[in-house]
Design a protein around this ligand. Structure first.
Ligand SMILES: Nc1ncnc2c1ncn2[C@@H]1O[C@H](COP(=O)(O)OP(=O)(O)O)[C@@H](O)[C@H]1O
Ligand SMILES: [Mg+2]
Length: 268
């Protein structure tokens, strides 16, 4: 069964999109088949993975509002080997209002994922918008697992209370949601502030894991501008290695790993 993992934080700029893209690339490098889902109307993930929005027949917007569409049929190839994408579109910004009239509006993404044949993929990675709105709620209801990318900055802690309040409210609709923990991003290794904040995070939320930290690096933005991953753009860089570690972490922390998957040879 495909694992559905969302990169979620209502704060903007915490590297949700960068992480979705590069974790997708890291898992694909390990031979996993990945479907990325862009749920942000800004469509940054769609653009960064080389998909031409103007040439799209349909996007996640159509999928959420049209009951008759089948999720796998919307998947398009990306510039990342082994990664396909359900693209976003600026129209998605209107979905919030349009979903108001839809019965079970919080469950639309979940229903599409449940109904679609996800067997072509091992992982579905969802890139969330920087908001707590009906699109975000759809993500929290549809995901099996949650990773919270966070910038080690005191202001980032303040948004977490709201985030967890929202998560606990949607538990009723998604009781099995597994919150893994925090993915520290843009970490300046010599920064005292970052170290202190990560320690404070561990103390305040001992029930959650700290995933391998991703260092501050301009290569994240450069590779996205080149429509590729840092793993491809700068394979030996510290940020590429960090995202490989995050991919490996997710593979070992599979909540349903009763029967462990056989190792797959990494493709070059
Ligand atoms: N490790 C990093 N080091 C430096 N800048 C980063 C890093 N990861 C992401 N960025 C940059 O931070 C900005 C926000 O990242 P993005 O992934 O778009 O965040 P979000 O999707 O959470 O809004 C982008 O300009 C991106 O290139
Ligand atoms: Mg984003």
């Amino acid at each position: 069964m495909a694992r559905v993992i969302a990169f979620f934080n209502q704060k903007g700029g915490t590297a949700k999109t960068t992480s979705t893209l590069n974790v997708a690339a890291a898992l694909a490098e390990r031979g996993r088949r990945v479907l990325a889902v862009d749920m942000d109307p800004q469509a940054s993930l769609t653009m960064a993975t080389g998909v031409d929005i103007a040439a799209l027949d349909a996007s996640i917007y159509d999928l959420l509002l049209d009951d008759s569409l089948d999720l796998p049929s919307l998947a398009v190839a990306t510039s990342l080997p082994g990664v396909s994408l359900i693209p976003s579109h600026p129209d998605l910004a209107a979905a919030e209002l349009e979903l108001l009239n839809v019965l079970e509006r919080e469950r639309q993404l979940e229903q599409r994922l449940k109904r679609g044949d996800l067997s072509p993929w091992d992982y579905v990675l969802i890139d969330a918008p920087p908001a707590l709105n009906v699109l975000s709620i759809n993500i929290l209801v549809a995901a099996h697992e949650l990773v919270i990318p966070i910038e080690p900055h005191p202001l980032s802690l303040m948004v977490l209370r709201r985030l967890f309040e929202t998560v606990s409210r949607v538990r009723r609709l998604n009781p099995d949601l597994r919150v893994h923990g925090f993915l520290p991003t843009k970490v300046h290794h010599s920064s005292r502030l970052a170290a202190d904040m990560l320690a404070a995070l561990g103390e305040e939320f001992p029930q959650f894991a700290l995933l391998p930290a991703v260092p501050l690096s301009v290569k994240g933005a450069e590779s996205a501008a080149e429509r590729t991953s840092v793993l491809h753009y700068m394979p030996r860089s510290a940020i590429a290695e960090a995202y490989r570690d995050v991919g490996a972490w997710l593979e070992t922390n599979d909540p349903h790993a009763a029967a462990t998957r056989p190792p797959v040879a990494a493709h070059v």
